[in-house]
Design a protein. Structure first.
Length: 171
């Protein structure tokens, strides 16, 4: 519904830099496929493709995408299907601005926490790569029979045993 989309857009602009708006489920799916999206908010009842069908298709592409469903319906079948699709939050119509802000803040916090977790995982992987790299450099350095010195910038990283023997250097 046009008025609900406009009101939601005003609220969303408080939390997100870029907002895409679709008038139906197929348009929403097409937008999702063509852009990097952090959050999907969908009504259940939409023309062409309903919200649950759209979410099902989106979840096939990116199973962890946060999803908020807006609906005026209290039918159990919709909620069960929404739970099966791992919908994160629900907003019942008429949508109150305070409840929308609360839900969006909760989702924004969840997205932020996921990003932090992803960054931590990347740092852990980078640390492992660095340790393996250091080990490889040390092994290569020791494999040379001639004196060998490895440095980066103005810092000595490795000196092999041949270098230490030649210059009476201690480890």
């Amino acid at each position: 519904e046009q008025d609900i989309r406009e009101n939601m857009k005003d609220i969303l602009e408080l939390f997100f830099d870029k907002i895409y708006i679709a008038e139906n489920g197929q348009e929403g799916l097409d937008i999702y496929k063509g852009n990097i999206i952090d959050l999907v908010i969908s009504d259940i009842q939409m023309p062409i493709m309903d919200g649950l069908q759209m979410i099902e298709n989106i979840k096939k592409i990116h199973s962890d995408i946060p999803v908020i469903i807006t609906t005026a319906f209290n039918e159990q079948d919709y909620f069960i299907r929404s739970i099966d699709l791992k919908v994160d939050k629900f907003l019942l119509k008429p949508i109150e601005q305070d409840s929308a802000k609360e839900v969006l803040f909760s989702i924004a916090t969840m997205i932020n926490n996921r990003l932090k977790a992803d960054e931590l995982e990347v740092r852990k992987i980078q640390d492992k790569i660095n340790r393996v790299s250091e080990h490889i450099v040390a092994e290569i350095t020791e494999s040379y029979q001639n004196p060998c010195l490895v440095y980066t910038g103005d810092k000595v990283r490795y000196i092999n045993d041949s270098f230490c023997s030649l210059f009476d250097a201690e480890e």
